[in-house]
Structures are given as structure tokens and as C-alpha cells.
Write a protein that binds this ligand. Structure first.
Ligand SMILES: Cc1cc2nc3c(=O)[nH]c(=O)nc-3n(C[C@H](O)[C@H](O)[C@H](O)COP(=O)(O)O)c2cc1C
Length: 199
């Protein structure tokens, strides 16, 4: 049983190599705080060898710019009431470090720990139609399997005509102001739903 509490505990979980998902994750975390949520911003642990990152100046710069953000641990999922998860597109699927993080959650799945918690998702690709929606949808089986309640973005959000999708927030390359506004609508809605269910 969960003890009722006033503010939903929201985990913003992401992976980013070149900074696009980092920008969206920081913006979402701020939006969630402004909505009165208790927020944890966490990055999934990197899988690439450190010498590979070291030899790629742009990657290294982004990696260092995230040093203030702790690595996620599975216990963060136990702590949260709701999750906002984002990973860049890798050929129509989530980047491997995010996939790997979920592959560590078998015990929670077996025990049903996440059942009834909420989740919203965000992604990014380089092209306008680079597979962002495919990536968003590809996260759903994992979240359905965990019993998470998926909160999307309804069609009355007018900015959906320029960015985002019913399935989650997205960007093509670096997120622009409209991308971040759609992400804010999604965040506010998922926090509202989370409050109703969990607080
Ligand atoms: C291995 C790999 C595969 C990728 N696959 C695609 C793709 O299929 N379509 C696309 O538009 N962008 C693709 N990208 C580009 C990234 O999805 C895109 O640059 C994204 O915005 C990066 O987010 P980040 O800056 O948070 O790492 C790929 C990048 C890598 C490294």
C-alpha cells in the first residue's frame, strides 16, 4: 500500500548522446517542478566505453555537461509515482542504454512493483520523419508489461499540428520552443493524472 501524499513523485529518465534529449529532459524536469511535483532527474548509465567518448569531442562535451545529473538506479522506479522517459531514436527504436536499463527491471516486473504508476514518453531523431513515432510506440510493450498507465497527448493540443504526437513529445534534431511546449502539455497532463491516481 502507498501512503497518500500531496505531491506526485516524478522520475524524469533519459539518455542523450548529443544533447537533444538532455535539453528536453531538463525542460520537462523544470515544468514538472513548476507543477508542484517532487522531481528526480536521472540519466540511464552510459554503455559506450569511456575511451570512445573521450575521442569524440562533441560527445565528451555533452557527457561532461550532464555530470550534475545522477545515474538512474532501479530503486528510482520504486520511489516514483510516475515516469517521464526519453531516449533518442536508433533506427526506429530506443537507444541501447535505455533498453539496457529496462532489461535490469525483471524483479520489479515479476513482483508487479510498477503496476498502476503512470508513464509518458519523449524521443528525438535527426530527420523530420526519422522514426520518432516508431520509437515512442516501441517503448509501450515494456511499459504495458510493467502495468504502467500510459499517458499520451490528446488531439485538442493545437501545437500537435507542428510537433509532438499522440504517443509523446518529440523533436527533429535539437528541440525548438514548440517541441518543448508540447512536452510541457504532456508533462502537465501526466502530473494531473498521477495526482488523481496516487495522491
Ligand atoms: C546509431 C544511431 C542511429 C540513429 N538512427 C537514426 C534514425 O534512424 N533516424 C534519424 O532521423 N536519426 C537517427 N539518429 C540520430 C539521433 O536519433 C538524433 O540525432 C537524436 O536527436 C539524438 O539525440 P541526443 O542528442 O539526445 O543524443 C541516429 C543516431 C545514431 C548514433
Amino acid at each position: 500500500m502507498n501512503t497518500p501524499h500531496k505531491y506526485p513523485k516524478i522520475l524524469v529518465l533519459f539518455y542523450s548522446k548529443t544533447g537533444h534529449m538532455l535539453k528536453m529532459a531538463r525542460s520537462i524536469a523544470k515544468d514538472a517542478e513548476n507543477s508542484g511535483a517532487d522531481v528526480r532527474l536521472r540519466k540511464v548509465p552510459e554503455l559506450a566505453p569511456s575511451d570512445v567518448i573521450e575521442k569524440t569531442p562533441e560527445w565528451k562535451a555533452v557527457y561532461q555537461s550532464m555530470s550534475d545529473i545522477p545515474d538512474a538506479v532501479v530503486d528510482d522506479l520504486i520511489w516514483m509515482d510516475g515516469l517521464i522517459a526519453g531516449a533518442p531514436t536508433r533506427f526506429g527504436n530506443m537507444a541501447a542504454p535505455m533498453r539496457n536499463f529496462w532489461d535490469l527491471t525483471g524483479k520489479l516486473w515479476m513482483e508487479g512493483t510498477l503496476i498502476g504508476k503512470t508513464v509518458s514518453v519523449f524521443s528525438s531523431a535527426e530527420m523530420v520523419h526519422g522514426g520518432q513515432e516508431a520509437t515512442l510506440l516501441a517503448t509501450f510493450p515494456t511499459f504495458f508489461a510493467h502495468g504502467l498507465i500510459i499517458v499520451g497527448i490528446p488531439g485538442n493540443i493545437k501545437e500537435l499540428y507542428s510537433s509532438g504526437s499522440y504517443y509523446g513529445a518529440l523533436s527533429s534534431g535539437e528541440p525548438n520552443d514548440t517541441d518543448l511546449l508540447v512536452a510541457r502539455h504532456m508533462t502537465n497532463r501526466m502530473i494531473d493524472v498521477t495526482k488523481k491516481l496516487r495522491c
